[in-house]
Ligand binder design. Structure first.
Ligand code: ZN
Length: 385
């Protein structure tokens, strides 16, 4: 089974032996040391059972702690068999006489059904989140952050649908859905959480069916309530991020006030006909504007777009809701630059994004120096036409 291959990177006459995973497994059972030289986050998704995890850069520094005897047989394995060859060469040059690299790496080890051990994530999670675990910016630590995260989604409609689906897919541990509507057939053109067979069902319940079908590990908490002055704090408290998927001004002003008071980042999104906009109001940051820096006071009835009759291109809330989900995910992980201080606008017909600077307004009635909180206020639902 074992063959001697000339390593393309080899200097002089040195050749590093490559062996198949099955042979490596057998030799490991005998007495060979199997060293997985991938990075920590890569090994989080599983590694050969009994292997020792030691990233390639650490091999020359720490191999002595593991193998004090230069005669010890050492096998190296990585993702596909390239890095392990380099690691094996390093060991060989250090004086280890009996080294070999596993051909095809862990990809082939797994494909051949050889035994795999999982660290802090179970086999199911390692498989489900494999593409996250291999991203250094997410990795095992990020996946644990997702699992511990509580995200509130206000509105299980056009914006909430894609946001909820992707947050559930990402492994966000708890999603709280706030919506008191029932599914109507006219929703289905854009509210892809729901289904024709569930017309008439509560949206929160319908959403739970879809979300748990996608990822049974997500806890979906249902709040069949209309968000109002009396309940807004209770609904959003104890969440790490709030996503505004509402379609009306009263809810937006209430959410803004509550998130500001409770210090919870609010991911704002809105759509109208063929255009949409997204931003993040993060009350934890001194430089962050709030919703009222953008719209100081609710519009008058004349200015307000007609909520139900203006129409919206079905895919548009998909685009905007996913941008909201993207911001929420970054906020949970603490990576990247969020849209704090920026209003991202999308014009579907022109296929154009544009970005407006959205600085904090010192005279803002919500967050300005002179702003006074007089309690939550239920402003009348205004809807022109
Ligand atoms: Zn403000």
């Amino acid at each position: 089974m074992s063959t001697v291959l000339k390593n393309a990177h080899a200097k002089g006459d040195d050749a590093i032996r490559e062996i198949d995973p099955a042979e490596a497994c057998a030799r490991q059972r005998a007495s060979a040391l199997l060293i997985d030289v991938r990075e920590d986050h890569e090994r989080a998704g599983g590694m050969p059972a009994g292997a020792i995890g030691l990233a390639r850069a650490e091999v020359p520094l720490r191999i002595g702690e593991i193998a004090g005897d230069f005669a010890q047989e050492i096998l190296t394995i990585c993702g596909t068999g390239r890095r392990s060859l380099l690691a094996a060469r390093t060991l060989h040059e250090m004086g280890y006489a009996n080294v070999a690299s596993v051909r095809g790496g862990f990809a082939r080890w797994r494909a051949e059904g050889l035994p795999i051990a999982y660290g802090e994530v179970d086999a199911n999670a390692a498989e489900r989140y494999a593409r996250h675990l291999t991203l250094p910016e997410v990795g095992l630590a990020g996946q644990q952050r997702f699992r511990n995260a509580r995200v509130a989604l206000v509105g299980a409609g056009g914006l909430g649908s894609p946001a909820a689906l992707y947050l559930a897919a990402a492994g966000v541990g708890t999603l709280s859905l706030v919506d008191d509507d029932r599914v109507e057939r006219s929703n289905l053109q854009r509210q892809v959480l729901h289904a024709d067979a569930r017309v008439g069902m509560r949206k929160t319940e319908s959403a739970r069916v879809s979300l748990n079908a996608l990822n049974p590990d997500v806890r979906v908490e249902l709040r069949d309530e209309r968000l109002c002055a009396a309940n807004v704090e209770a609904l959003v408290r104890d969440h790490h991020v709030v996503i505004d998927g509402s379609d009306n001004f009263p809810t937006r002003y209430l959410l803004d006030a509550a998130c500001r008071r409770l210090g919870i980042p609010l991911v704002y999104g809105a759509v109208h006909r063929f255009t949409g906009q997204v931003s993040v109001f993060d009350a934890r940051r001194d430089d962050s504007p709030c919703y009222r820096c953008l719209f100081a006071e609710p519009p008058s009835a004349d200015e307000a777009p007609n909520c139900s009759e203006a129409g919206v291109l079905g895919v548009l809330p998909g685009v905007i809701g996913l941008l909201q989900a993207t911001e929420a995910i970054k906020l949970v992980l603490g990576i990247g630059d969020t849209l704090v201080g920026r209003l991202l606008c999308f014009d579907a017909l022109a296929a154009r994004f544009c970005e407006l600077r959205l600085p904090r307004d010192p005279a803002c009635p919500g967050c300005g120096a002179a702003a006074v909180f007089k309690g939550y206020e239920d402003i009348a639902q205004i809807c022109a036409g």
